[in-house]
Design a protein around this ligand. Sequence first.
Ligand SMILES: Cc1cc2nc3c(=O)[nH]c(=O)nc-3n(C[C@H](O)[C@H](O)[C@H](O)COP(=O)(O)O)c2cc1C
Length: 223
Amino acid sequence: MLNAIQAMQSRRSIREFGPELVPMETVRQLVEAAGRAPSSKNTQPWRLYLVQGAALDALKADYLAAFDAGTKPSPGFRYSPDPLPEAWAARAKANGIGIFKHKGIGREELDKRRAHDRENFHFFGAKQVFFLGTQASSNASGTFMDCGFVLDNLMLGLVSLGYGSCPQFSAVCYPEVLRRHIPGTEDTLFLAALPFGGQKAGSQVNQFQTDRMPVDDWFKVIG
Ligand SMILES: Cc1cc2nc3c(=O)[nH]c(=O)nc-3n(C[C@H](O)[C@H](O)[C@H](O)COP(=O)(O)O)c2cc1C
C-alpha cells in the first residue's frame, strides 16, 4: 500500500476503467476512513451515495439521453468565478489542449470532442460511482471545502489501494436526473461524482499526465 505522500504524488484522473469491481468490504473501509476528514465544528456536512449495477446502468441511460438532447446543465451552485482569472483560464485552456492532443483529437474534430465530453456521462466505463453531496440549504463555500476533504480522501485512498478515480463536476450538472435515480435526495445538493475502480489495461488516455505550477509560484515562506 502506498503511503500518503506517494498516493498524492501518483494520483491522476483515470478516464478509462476496466470491469474490475472494488469489493464492498473494501468500499466500506475506504468510506469509513474518508469520513475521518475534518470539518468545521465537526459538522460532517457530507452525504455520499454509491451507485452501481443495474441502478448505474439506468442512471447512465438517462444521463446520456439528457446530454444527447442538449439539456442545459443546471448544477445548483457556481463552481468557479466567471470569468476565470486570466492565469486560471490560461491553465484551463492548456489542460484542454493537452488532453485533446494526447487523444489525437484535432481542433476541427468537433464530433470527437463531443464524444470526449460524452464519456463523462458514461462515467468513463466505471462500474461504481460515488456521488458526493450536502444538504441543499447549506450552499456555502466552507461546507464545500469540508466535503472536498472527503472527496480527496476517497481519491487518495483508492490510489493507495491500487484503484483509480476521476472527480467530475460535469456529472452533477443534471441533478434532477440524479434525484430520480437516488432515493431520498430531494434536499441534496450534489457536489461531485467520482467514478472509480480498476484501470483499463493498456489504456492510452490514462497515461495523460498534467503538470503543476512550480511550488515557488504559489507557496511563500514568511519569517
Ligand atoms: C471537483 C472537480 C471536478 C472535475 N470535473 C471533471 C469532469 O467533469 N470531467 C473530467 O474529465 N475531469 C474533471 N476533473 C478533473 C480535472 O480535470 C483534473 O483533476 C485536472 O485536470 C488535473 O489532472 P489530474 O487529476 O490528472 O491530476 C475535475 C476535477 C475536480 C477536482
